[in-house]
Design a binder for this molecule. Structure first.
Ligand SMILES: Nc1ncnc2c1ncn2[C@@H]1O[C@H](COP(=O)(O)OP(=O)(O)O)[C@@H](O)[C@H]1O
Ligand SMILES: [Mg+2]
Length: 497
């Protein structure tokens, strides 16, 4: 809007307000009202040519006809054809409007726009509107397409969920697919999440440091679900991280299936899903049953195999770092249906980064279960800069677990009741100081009965235990050495593994 138009509009409004409905104008055709008229709009005077003759018109224009506002059609001039003047005070159209010229030079005209300008004024906004409309339509369609693409990716991307989670697939199929697809660290995260969110919890099967362990059902099969409280998010994350260490999967390490953190609005549920083993922990198993010599060898050899795999560093792109457990005990080892062990509860484990010879988290001085702590952990002389120290501490604990197993071995009709290591030397839930006195100061170890010497298997087990319990960590056997010794024993005793 030009300044002139604004002024005209203001003048019009002012005129209307000032005069109300009674603006009086000259009127060329109003013989009956002495060439006057009244209006609520504007007075108009116009000069034009009709068949070569100059004509003058003065009329009233009603307010309703003053459109569009600011530039009413009735008030427009046309170059060389018509000069028009609208005004808003009484008899203001009595002036002589000059004859239109080609130049349209009459300065008193309400509008000096020519047809080109008029076209531009009308067509410009229309064009702009069209452009805006087209941009709008384009953006809308683009958004729609992007949205449906995303939906498809999430729901039915054939390269992902679809193949992995086909209706008839069992967990075994999923794990098999994963191990043959060359991904050595675990199921894709979206599969983990989908599996976790379709598990139906059945009953509590265990309680530990961080929360509860449940038996759950997925596609008709059993799974174990370890549920962490929201406060324990770091422990949940760490355990999931360790389980997904590349190439960790082994028949004697608990089979990890999925990790999921589900926010229900009030709190976060943290789940770790793994294979379910109905016998529960080795602790539960030994409390319930005694074992045959063959059973003992199976438990001991499989536990050593699991620990040897955990400890072992495998070099190369498909390799794995060395891992130390740091909380090995009979409650953290599960018994499988086939009588073999699976090492579980990797929440406190540390990994060795051999290139830099460092440990992947800052290890704190004393973690784990006091009863199973190695002497160097109890008296804090352990060299934490040296990764092998942690492996040696695991071996000490494995020796204690072997003692628990061997006591339950039924040879020649004799076996002992289940007991925890040091049951006769410390109270239940012993303090570190109580353990340190017994293990470091008095240098006591669990009793290895003489009668074990009469049975080759128990003799070998007794010997291994003693070599796991040396005060000097570096002097202890390695998991691999124990595995080899027991493998040999299993061959001699004709144990089918
Ligand atoms: N996969 C499983 N199958 C059967 N029982 C399990 C399984 N995982 C854990 N449990 C039971 O739950 C107990 C606690 O599990 P664990 O992983 O050691 O948790 P925490 O870190 O709380 O100690 C175990 O001692 C065992 O009795
Ligand atoms: Mg545990």
């Amino acid at each position: 809007m030009s300044l002139k138009e604004i002024a005209l509009t203001l003048l019009a409004l002012f005129g209307l307000v000032a005069v109300g409905n009674a603006l009086r104008c000259n009127c060329t055709n109003c013989e009956k009202t002495s060439y006057e008229c009244e209006t609520d709009g504007a007075c108009m005077a116009s000069t034009y040519f009709n068949q070569g003759k100059e004509q003058h018109v003065r009329i009233c224009i009603d307010r309703d006809n003053l459109v569009p506002p600011g530039q009413p059609f009735y008030c427009l001039s046309a170059e060389g054809l018509l000069n028009t003047h609208c005004c808003y005070v009484d008899y203001c159209n009595s002036i002589e409007v000059p004859v239109p010229t080609k130049e349209g030079d009459w300065s008193g005209s309400a509008s000096s726009w020519g047809p080109v300008e008029l076209v531009a004024v009308i067509a410009g906004p229309v064009f702009l509107l069209c452009v805006l409309l087209m941009v709008g339509v384009f953006l809308f369609q683009y958004h729609q397409r992007a949205y449906s693409h995303r939906q498809r990716l999430e729901v039915e991307d054939p390269s992902c969920d679809h193949l992995y989670l086909a209706k008839d697939k069992t967990l075994q199929d999923l794990i098999y697919d994963m191990s043959t697809s060359g991904s050595g660290s675990g199921l894709p995260l979206f599969v983990q999440r989908t599996v976790a969110r379709t598990i139906v919890l059945q009953e509590i099967i265990g309680k530990g440091r961080f929360g509860e362990v449940w038996r759950g059902k997925w596609r008709g099969g059993d799974v174990a679900v370890k549920i962490f409280s929201s406060r324990e998010e770091r422990s949940w994350f760490r355990e999931a991280e360790i389980y997904q260490t590349i190439m960790l999967r082994h028949e004697n390490i608990l089979g990890f299936i999925a990790a999921d953190n589900k926010d229900n609005g009030t709190w976060t549920q943290l789940w770790l899903v793994s294979d379910y083993h109905e016998h529960g922990s080795l602790f539960d198993y030994l409390n319930r049953y005694s074992v045959t010599i063959e059973g003992m060898i199976k438990l001991a050899l499989s536990a050593a195999s699991g620990l040897a795999h955990l400890h072992m560093e495998i070099l190369g792109t498909q390799g794995k770092p060395g891992i130390a457990h740091r909380d090995l005990k009979s409650k953290n080892i599960l018994v499988k249906k086939n009588g073999m062990c699976a090492i579980a509860d990797l929440g406190l484990a540390v990994r060795h980064e051999s290139i830099t010879d460092t440990i992947d988290i800052a290890p704190n001085q004393r973690v784990g279960t006091k009863r199973y702590m190695a002497p160097e952990v109890l008296d804090e002389t352990i060299n934490m800069k040296h990764f092998d120290s942690f492996k040696c501490a695991d071996i000490y604990a494995l020796g204690l677990v072997y003692w628990e197993i061997a006591r339950r071995c039924n040879a020649g009709g004799i076996h002992e009741e289940y007991q925890l290591p040091y049951y006769d030397l410390v109270p239940s839930d012993p303090a570190i100081e109580e353990m340190r006195k017994v293990v470091c100061d008095q240098k006591l170890r669990p009793n290895v009965p003489n009668w074990w010497q009469s049975y080759e298997s128990l003799r070998v087990m007794g010997k291994i235990m003693r070599e796991c319990w040396y005060a000097n960590g570096a002097a202890r056997l390695t998991a691999l050495r124990i595995k080899k010794t027991l493998s040999q024993l299993s061959v001699e005793e004709d144990v089918k593994m």
